[in-house]
Design a protein around this ligand. Structure first.
Ligand code: GLC
Length: 568
C-alpha cells in the first residue's frame, strides 16, 4: 500500500461552490463559507476536495463559462480568500483540485471578444470560425452549434451553449495560454484538476454531418414521449448519432500527455481526473490522466448486484490491461446527475438503498468521489415554477417546447423541472433553521432550498443522531481509512450468481476483507468457502451488529444490510 499515491487512497468530495455554504449572507455560496466548513469536512473523513469552477463567469452555465482562468468570481470572494481556503484545507491534510474547462471559454472572455472583433486580429484563429455553417451540428444545450457573430460576419462553433464558444485547440497559442493558467494554480499549490468535458475538445476533422432527422430540441422531446421499446432504442441511437462527430476527434492523447508533463514537473504528485469514462485517456496508465470516472455505474439507471459485477469485471479488466495498470474511480452522483438518493431509490426503500450504495462507493476498488449533500441524503427538488429555474439548458428547453412545439406551459414546466440540473444543485442543508441554515432568514437563496431540511435532511439534526445517514457515512469512512484491504486490495467477486446481494473480497498482503451488500428486503443465510479462513470479524454493519466474529459457514444477512468483516 505504501507505493500508492495519495489520490489512490484519498476520499474525494465535490463541492459545488454556489450551493455549499454562504459566508456573507447574500444567498450564494462563497469561499468564506467553504473555509468555515472545512472542520465539518475533516470530521467527515474527506481527504480531497474537488471544487466546481470558482472562476469569474457570466454564469450562463454557472462557472462552466469561464471569463478569466486566473481569477476568482467576485461573488465567491477574492484571490486572497481562495488562498486562505487552500491553506486551511492543506492545514487539515485535505488536498484541493480545481475544475479546468478546456474545451470552451465564455463568450465574454477577452480572448473571444478579441477573436470575434475582426478576421485578422491576433486571436482571430483562437476559436473555430466558418463563413457559413459547414454542417448541421447541434449544441447539446441550445439548438444549432454554429452562431453568427456580426462583428466579423462569420459563424463560431460551440458544442455547449452559444455563450460557450469552443477554443481552437489546433492553435499552439491557445495551448500556451491555457498552460499558463494551469501553472498559475499549480504554483499556488493546488493539487490537481478535474478536466471538464475533455471528449469535446477535438471534433471530426471532416466535419461529417449528423444523420438524425431532427434537431436537438426535437430529439429531447422525442426522448420524453417515446414509449415502446423500439422507440426507446431509436432515441438512444439518435442521441449517439447526433453528437458522435462532435467528440473524440484525433489529438486528445497528445494533448493529455502534454498536460501531464506539466503536472509532473511539480512535486507532490499533482493529479488529473477526466470527466470521461473512456480508459483510453489514461494512456499507458502513467502518461495521460491519472483517473477517469466509472460513469457506467452512475448512469446505469438502477443498480443491482448483477450489474455491479458486470461493471467491475469489465472496468477492472480494462484498467489491468494498461501497461502501467490503471486505477479505478467510482462515483454515484455529481452536479450534472440526479442525486443518488433519488436516482437509485425504488420509492419504498430509498433510505436503505442510499446506505447500501454509500457502502458500495466506499468499498469498491478505486478512488471514491462523493457529491456534497449525499452524506445527509439530499434528494432531487423538482422546480415546477419555470421562473425559478437557473439552468440555461432547462430554460432554453422550456421556451423551445412552448414556442416551437406548442407544448402546454404546465407540462413544459414539469418537463423542464425534471430534466434540469437545478434539481440536484440546490443549496446544502446545514440545519433545520430557515433556509436550511444555508443563508440568513429572509434572503432568497440562488436556488430554492429543498423543503425536506425540516424533516431531518440537514447536517445539524443528523450530527446529533447516532443512527443518521451522516453518522453512517462517518463510520463507514473511518472503517475504510483503517483498512489496508479496502484502500488498496484486489477485488474478487463471490457468489457470482446471487441476484439479491453483492458479495466480494478485498485483499492485500496484510488483510482480507469480506463485503456483503444486500440489495433486497429478504434475509439470507450465506456460507463462504474461503481457503485458509474460518471466521470473519465484523468491522462494520448497517444493521448495528456488535463487532463479533462470524462463522464463514453461516452468515446471516438482514434486509438491505451492508456488512464489512475482516477474515481470520
Ligand atoms: C461538463 C460539466 C457541466 C457543464 C459542461 C460544459 O459536463 O460537468 O456542468 O455544463 O461540461 O462545460
Amino acid at each position: 500500500m505504501s507505493q500508492l499515491k495519495w489520490w489512490q487512497t484519498a476520499l474525494f468530495y465535490q463541492i459545488y461552490p454556489r450551493s455549499f455554504a454562504d459566508g456573507n449572507g447574500d444567498g450564494i455560496g462563497d469561499f468564506a463559507g467553504m473555509t468555515e466548513k472545512l472542520d465539518y469536512l475533516q470530521a467527515l473523513g474527506v481527504d480531497a476536495l474537488w471544487l466546481s469552477p470558482h472562476f469569474p463567469s457570466p454564469n450562463w452555465d454557472w462557472g462552466y463559462d469561464v471569463s478569466d482562468y486566473c481569477g476568482v468570481a467576485p461573488e465567491y470572494g477574492s484571490l486572497d480568500d481562495f488562498k486562505t481556503f487552500l491553506r486551511e484545507a492543506h492545514a487539515r491534510q485535505m488536498r484541493v483540485i480545481l475544475d479546468l474547462v478546456l474545451n470552451h471559454t465564455s463568450d465574454e472572455h477577452p480572448w473571444f471578444i478579441e477573436s470575434k472583433s475582426s478576421r485578422d486580429n491576433p486571436k482571430a484563429d483562437w476559436y473555430v470560425w466558418a463563413d457559413t455553417p459547414p454542417n448541421n451540428w447541434q449544441s447539446c444545450f441550445d439548438g444549432d452549434a454554429w452562431t453568427y457573430a456580426p462583428e466579423r460576419g462569420q459563424y463560431y462553433y460551440h458544442y455547449f451553449m452559444k455563450q460557450q464558444p469552443d477554443l481552437n485547440w489546433h492553435n499552439p497559442q491557445v495551448k500556451q495560454a491555457m498552460w499558463d493558467a494551469v501553472r498559475f494554480w499549480l504554483d499556488m499549490g493546488v493539487d490537481g484538476f478535474r478536466l471538464d468535458a475533455i471528449g469535446t475538445i477535438y471534433e471530426d476533422p471532416n466535419g461529417t454531418p449528423h444523420s438524425v432527422p431532427m434537431t436537438m430540441g426535437e430529439l429531447r422531446r422525442f426522448s420524453e414521449i417515446a414509449k415502446t421499446a423500439d422507440e426507446k432504442k431509436q432515441v438512444e441511437k439518435y442521441w449517439y448519432d447526433m453528437f458522435c462527430n462532435q467528440w473524440g476527434g484525433p489529438g486528445l492523447h497528445e494533448l493529455m500527455k502534454e498536460l501531464r508533463t506539466i503536472l509532473d514537473e511539480y512535486d507532490g504528485d499533482r493529479m488529473l481526473v477526466g470527466e470521461d469514462e473512456n480508459i483510453d485517456y489514461m494512456g499507458n496508465g502513467g502518461d495521460e490522466l491519472h483517473l477517469v470516472f466509472n460513469f457506467a455505474l452512475m448512469r446505469s439507471g438502477k443498480i443491482n448486484p448483477a450489474l455491479i459485477r458486470r461493471n467491475q469485471k469489465e472496468r477492472l479488466a480494462q484498467l489491468d490491461a494498461l501497461e502501467m495498470r490503471g486505477w479505478g474511480c467510482n462515483t454515484l452522483g455529481n452536479h450534472d446527475s440526479s442525486r443518488m438518493y433519488t436516482n437509485f431509490g425504488d420509492g419504498i426503500h430509498d433510505a436503505e438503498l442510499a446506505r447500501i450504495n454509500a457502502a458500495l462507493t466506499l468499498t469498491l476498488r478505486g478512488t471514491p468521489f462523493l457529491y456534497n449533500g449525499e452524506e445527509i441524503g439530499m434528494t432531487d427538488l423538482i422546480i415546477t415554477d419555470s421562473t425559478r429555474l437557473r439552468d440555461t439548458m432547462a430554460t432554453w428547453y422550456y421556451d423551445f417546447m412552448v414556442r416551437e412545439l406548442k407544448v402546454d406551459v404546465t407540462e413544459a414546466a414539469q418537463r423542464a423541472g425534471e430534466m434540469t440540473r437545478d434539481k440536484n444543485r440546490t443549496p446544502m442543508q446545514w440545519a433545520d433553521s430557515p433556509n436550511g441554515g444555508f443563508c440568513p432568514p429572509g434572503v432568497q437563496p440562488w436556488l430554492p432550498i429543498h423543503p425536506n431540511f425540516v424533516d431531518g435532511v440537514n447536517v445539524k439534526t443528523q450530527q446529533d443522531n447516532p443512527d443518521s445517514l451522516l453518522n453512517y457515512y462517518k463510520r463507514l469512512i473511518r472503517v475504510r481509512r483503517q483498512s489496508p484491504a479496502l484502500l488498496a486490495g484486489e477485488y474478487q467477486p463471490l457468489h457470482e450468481t446471487a441476484q439479491d446481494y453483492f458479495a466480494f473480497l478485498r485483499r492485500d498482503e496484510k488483510q482480507a476483507v469480506l463485503v456483503v451488500l444486500n440489495y433486497s428486503p429478504a434475509h439470507h443465510d450465506l456460507a463462504f468457502d474461503l481457503a485458509g479462513f474460518q471466521q470473519a470479524h465484523v468491522l462494520f454493519s448497517s444493521a448495528g451488529r456488535s463487532k463479533t466474529d462470524l462463522a464463514l459457514k453461516n452468515i446471516h444477512i438482514g434486509p438491505f444490510e451492508a456488512l464489512i468483516a475482516e477474515l481470520k
